[in-house]
Ligand binder design. Structure first.
Ligand code: MG
Length: 355
């Protein structure tokens, strides 16, 4: 029986994780649930599982600090995941990581802290779960490249002019039902850029060896090519519970009544390269990486600001990427040697964009 803490329990990942626990009551015990805003929902879920409920501003950190667990699912929104992740690492809990911004902001610091405490990261993102399942016990020397698949989001093939895109259109993802931040990030492909960074830190593979291929059907969740030329992929119908359950149950596989893959029924699967002009965010991610230091923290902060500004209709859709680009051009070089430096980069970015 694994003891589990779920941070962000009322979001789409959190609720799917709770569904996994509900169907495996002998395998998992939820000890604490945390939600930022949805207090009533969080308390109702906690009552169902006999767990403690934490709500409000520092709910996630308190849930970690005041409880003992084997694994902590971090599925909060955006940059708010960093502090509770560090707190869970300090307590020696394994981390089921859904909040990729943690790795974008502070991948090096977080992975170092985890290694020092012998804490394991279990990926919840479908792409990283796929890679994890294909590598199983990762020996990075044998990996030639990682291939992340991308659905391409709602604007893969149109409209030609993206500047008039509305929040409503950007929130209409064709394959996955997710929260607003990650849905907008998927539409700009910033989400895929973040996933490059997430893969870089989770699997210790350099960014130059991580590719992105658009695969609108979302059946192949990602692939690994090894140095002998063999490529392994993980396939399943798009259902985020597959990855969530594996993160919680690893190294075991538990049964689940879910749709099975029927390749003949699908008939064909399609793949193509992403359009670098239509999706400039992929380039921005690589530029932030090359710049080094805390520049990926600037990237994460700028994107968080810009997505919110777009959803509030303060900036146009195309200004999400241009706002991020302006930050990368003007940000001072923050050495990324501490969490304070990460927050300093974050503060600089918000001040710069809010002027
Ligand atoms: Mg993903």
């Amino acid at each position: 029986m694994k003891k589990v803490i779920i941070l962000g329990c009322t979001g789409s990942i959190g609720l799917n994780a709770i569904d996994v626990v509900r169907t495996h009551p002998d395998d998992f015990k939820i000890v604490a649930l945390a939600a930022h805003r949805s207090k009533e929902k969080c308390e109702a879920l906690a009552a169902e599982f006999g767990a403690k409920a934490y709500c409000g501003e520092d709910a996630a950190v308190r849930a970690v600090e005041e409880n003992e667990a084997d694994i902590c699912l971090v599925s909060t929104v955006g940059m708010s995941g960093l502090k509770p992740t560090m707190a869970a690492i300090a307590k020696g809990m394994d981390i089921a990581l859904a909040t990729k911004e943690v790795m974008v902001m502070a991948g090096e610091l977080v992975t170092k802290a985890a290694a020092a405490r012998r804490v394991r990261f279990l990926p919840v993102d479908s792409e990283h779960s796929a890679i994890f399942q294909c590598t199983r016990v990762p020996n990075t020397a044998e990996i030639d490249k990682l291939i992340l698949t991308a659905s391409g989001g709602p604007f893969l093939d149109g409209p030609d002019d993206l500047s008039a895109v509305t929040p409503q259109a950007a929130l209409n993802h064709p394959r996955w039902k997710m929260g607003p931040k990650v849905t907008v990030d998927s539409s700009t492909m910033m989400n895929k850029g973040f996933e490059i960074l997430e893969a870089r830190w989770l699997f210790d593979v350099p960014v130059k060896d991580i590719e992105v291929v658009v695969h609108p059907e979302s059946i192949v969740h990602s692939l690994v090519t090894f140095r002998d030329g063999a490529t392994l992929a993980q396939l399943s119908p798009p259902d985020m519970r597959v990855a969530i359950q594996y993160a919680l149950s690893w190294p075991r596989r538990l049964p689940a009544e879910r749709e099975r893959l029927d390749l003949a029924k699908l008939g064909s699967l399609t793949f193509k390269y992403p359009d670098p002009v239509r999706f400039p965010c992929l380039r921005l991610v690589k530029e932030a990486c090359e710049a080094g230091g805390c520049m990926t923290a600037v990237l994460a902060a700028a994107d968080e600001w810009a997505v919110q500004a777009f959803l509030d209709e303060r900036i146009k859709y195309t200004e999400i990427a241009s706002s991020v680009e302006r930050c990368l051009e003007h940000a001072p070089r923050f050495e990324c040697d501490s969490l304070d430096a990460v927050w300093e980069a974050n503060d600089w970015t918000w001040k710069f964009l809010s002027r």
